[in-house]
Design a protein around this ligand. Structure first.
Ligand SMILES: C[S@@+](CC[C@H](N)C(=O)[O-])C[C@H]1O[C@@H](n2cnc3c(N)ncnc32)[C@H](O)[C@@H]1O
Length: 249
């Protein structure tokens, strides 16, 4: 079923909604992106939400970050999150309506934003528009949902007798092969793909076997999020519901 656009904005305008409840995952996502950003870049944070990523990217030396979102509530929360930093600007932008943005960004980050566009045609259109706003040689870094990643993780869960984890009503995850082929055919070959496979496998595959209580902030998740755990298991994009794809202009 395709989610309705009005309901998606209504959802993101709610005060009580958080973009990511699992803060260990949020921080691991941010770190996956941040370590690919050099100092001194002009960065667009598309669909910035409450601004945790915006804040982290703005702390890179010499960075300038323009953070945009269609929800006034998200923008207000993001502004509070980065309060006191003068290298961050905000703008209310709905990527499905006419908008104006600079076209000379060094890097554009989309962190779980594109999965909120309720049809592949819309996601593809906005992907190409984001590429248009990069300077030559710039990079689009999208940390987004992967349906094959969901299926792989759910396959592991099924083997352990666990129920599948569904994709939320307001999200549409990417088909990895369709995404990469679409971009390649339009002159944007994939530069890199990565993921947080160890964290997903441990927290969504193993921990539920030991403790049925959902507690994102538990010690197990904190330890599972350590970069050393990912380095030891080297799962990368495997079992990863969210993947980082990097495309260069
Ligand atoms: C899952 S949140 C991610 C927020 C943030 N990037 C993060 O990583 O926590 C998705 C964000 O995309 C924004 N969004 C959804 N559809 C949008 C649209 N059409 N135009 C601009 N922003 C949109 C929502 O308001 C929300 O803040």
């Amino acid at each position: 079923m395709t989610a309705d656009l009005g309901h998606i904005l209504e959802y993101w305008d709610r005060e009580d909604v958080e973009s990511m409840y699992d803060k260990h995952l949020l921080n691991a996502e941010i770190e996956l992106i941040r370590r690919r950003l050099a100092p001194g870049l002009k960065i667009l944070d598309a669909g910035c939400g409450e601004g945790e990523g915006t804040l982290a990217y703005s702390m890179l030396p010499g960075a300038k970050v323009h953070a945009v979102d269609f929800s006034a509530t998200r923008l207000r929360k993001a502004a509070a999150c980065v309060a006191g930093r003068d290298n961050v600007t905000f703008q209310q932008v709905d990527f499905l309506k006419p908008y104006r943005l600079d076209r000379d960004f060094d890097a554009i980050v989309s962190q779980r934003f594109l999965i909120n566009l309720p049809a592949w045609e819309l996601q593809g259109r906005v992907l190409l528009e984001l590429m248009d706003h990069l300077k030559p040689g710039g990079r689009l870094l999208i940390l987004e949902g992967s349906q094959p990643g969901v299926d792989e993780l759910n396959g592991f869960r099924a083997a352990c007798g666990l129920e599948p984890i569904p994709v939320k009503w307001h999200n549409l995850f990417f088909d990895d092969e369709v995404l990469v082929a679409f971009m390649r055919e339009r002159g944007h070959p994939l530069a890199e793909v990565d993921g947080l496979g160890a964290y997903f496998l441990l927290t969504r595959g193993v921990r539920p076997l030991l403790d049925a209580k959902l507690d994102w902030n538990c010690e197990f998740n904190r330890r599972a999020a350590a970069p050393a755990v990912e380095s030891a298991l080297r799962l990368g994009a495997r079992f990863s519901r969210l993947k980082l794809w990097v495309f260069r202009k």
